[in-house]
Design a protein around this ligand. Structure first.
Ligand SMILES: CC(C)(COP(=O)(O)OP(=O)(O)OC[C@H]1O[C@@H](n2cnc3c(N)ncnc32)[C@H](O)[C@@H]1OP(=O)(O)O)[C@@H](O)C(=O)NCCC(=O)NCCS
Length: 167
């Protein structure tokens, strides 16, 4: 049984300890700061006192312009992750998604979107099962990380955008 709550400042140290962000050491802090600026809600799934998953609801929608121009008012649930991997397939991801949908609805939004990389068919299967539908819109999911040698890598993974209408 997990509970899902917006991140609080005091959660960051626990997140750093329990949910790795390879090559992106400040990722949790960056997400928390975006929430503090009102751009997102950084949702954390808790199993008791342990953080076991996270996802960020970006109120301005997908950051890829080729998607945002078509879905400017559609918040995007981004960067879903359940950790450690042994805890996957137990409903934690579904709980995070449900919490994001509820929050979007409470904020008066009528739909919610998410991107899924072409190489992640299991995640796509979960989203489709939960009522998300294909938009036919494809884009490059861009991010950067720094490897153990200190070299920065810019990544652009092919992805597609899914949406769900909220009641
Ligand atoms: C995708 C993810 C967030 C789903 O969370 P979850 O807690 O495993 O999801 P649930 O238990 O609610 O639902 C399980 C379903 O998730 C999907 N899934 C996607 N990737 C998976 C993975 N690596 N391991 C297990 N299930 C995965 C499957 O469809 C699975 O259904 P199944 O158990 O019948 O195969 C989680 O598996 C994860 O962190 N995966 C790695 C990171 C990732 O791919 N993030 C998504 C980016 S779009």
């Amino acid at each position: 049984m997990v509970t899902v709550k917006p991140c609080q400042e005091e959660d960051i140290a626990l997140l750093r300890e329990h949910i790795p962000t390879p090559g992106q050491p400040e990722r949790h802090t960056t997400r928390f700061e975006r929430q503090q600026h009102g751009h997102s809600t950084f949702l954390i799934a808790w199993a008791g006192a342990l953080p076991v998953g996270a996802g960020e609801l970006l109120w301005r929608g997908c950051s890829a312009p080729e998607i945002n121009q078509h879905y400017p008012d559609c918040p995007e649930l981004n960067g879903l992750d359940v950790w450690p991997p042994e805890l996957r397939s137990r409903g934690i991801g579904t709980a995070l998604i449900a919490a994001a949908e509820k929050l979007a609805h409470q904020h008066g939004r009528h739909r919610i979107g998410l991107g899924v990389d072409d190489g992640n068919p299991r995640a796509a299967a979960l989203y489709l099962r939960l009522g998300y539908r294909e938009t036919g819109r494809h884009y490059l999911d861009r991010y950067a990380y720094v490897d153990s040698d200190g070299t920065r890598h810019e990544i652009a993974d092919p992805a597609r955008f899914l949406v769900k209408d909220l009641p």
